[in-house]
Design a protein around this ligand. Structure first.
Ligand SMILES: C[S@@+](CC[C@H](N)C(=O)[O-])C[C@H]1O[C@@H](n2cnc3c(N)ncnc32)[C@H](O)[C@@H]1O
Length: 189
């Protein structure tokens, strides 16, 4: 199944509900992103919202964005015992939503989603939205040339991960099972 268009992702998200967040993944995230409750967070490519709900459970004021409208409806309808995240339809190729002002966002997350987007165009548009000390968190599959592993999602290459650091004052990467984690901060420094 190719995952390129909105319709492809709607079909995928309908079938793959219940994607969960493991304890190790969360611990690795918390170690590098020690945000306090109340932090303002954007979760881009949120899909059915499992990661978005985890962030809300930590007390963060989070909005999940996805370009797939039926997926966003499903995320909005997910029951929760914690504070309900906001969700909205937004495609990463469009202008940043007008209600997000410069230097107002503490964290932007991309969990298994950045490789599907034009990140070279997107990250420089998002960087100015971050507060001083604000961070970008990426969890992604990584493809290795010549190694043909079946991957469910689009992947980035190690060269792309290296290139992505450009323009950021600090970058940290770590292995996360079959994926790689990255935290970027200090945009434009
Ligand atoms: C693999 S899913 C990840 C969902 C969620 N982050 C998670 O970890 O469960 C990738 C999501 O990115 C969304 N997506 C892909 N390209 C996008 C774009 N250009 N703008 C907004 N969302 C996009 C897809 O619709 C899909 O829901």
């Amino acid at each position: 199944m190719s995952l390129t268009t909105v319709a492809d992702w709607e079909r995928w998200n309908e079938r793959v509900t219940g994607r969960c967040v493991g304890e190790t993944e969360m611990a690795e995230f918390r170690r590098r992103v020690p945000l306090a409750p109340g932090a303002r967070v954007l979760d881009i490519g949120c899909g059915n919202g499992s990661w978005t709900h985890e962030l809300a459970r930590l007390g963060m004021k989070v909005t999940g964005y996805d370009w797939a409208p039926r997926t966003i409806d499903r995320a909005k309808a997910t029951p929760t015992l914690y504070e309900r995240p906001a969700f909205a339809v937004w495609s990463s190729g469009h202008d940043v939503p007008a209600d997000i002002t410069p230097r107002s966002v503490d964290l932007i997350t991309f969990r298994d989603s950045l490789a599907s987007m034009d990140w070279r165009d997107l990250l420089p548009r998002l960087g100015p939205l971050l507060t001083p000390g604000g961070q970008v968190y990426v969890l992604t599959e990584v493809s290795v040339p010549g190694v043909n592993v079946h991957r469910p999602f689009p992947a980035l290459s190690n060269d792309e991960l290296f290139e992505m650091r450009r323009g950021w004052g600090h970058a940290e990467t770590w292995p996360a099972g079959v994926r790689t984690g990255i935290v970027l901060s200090g945009y434009g420094m």
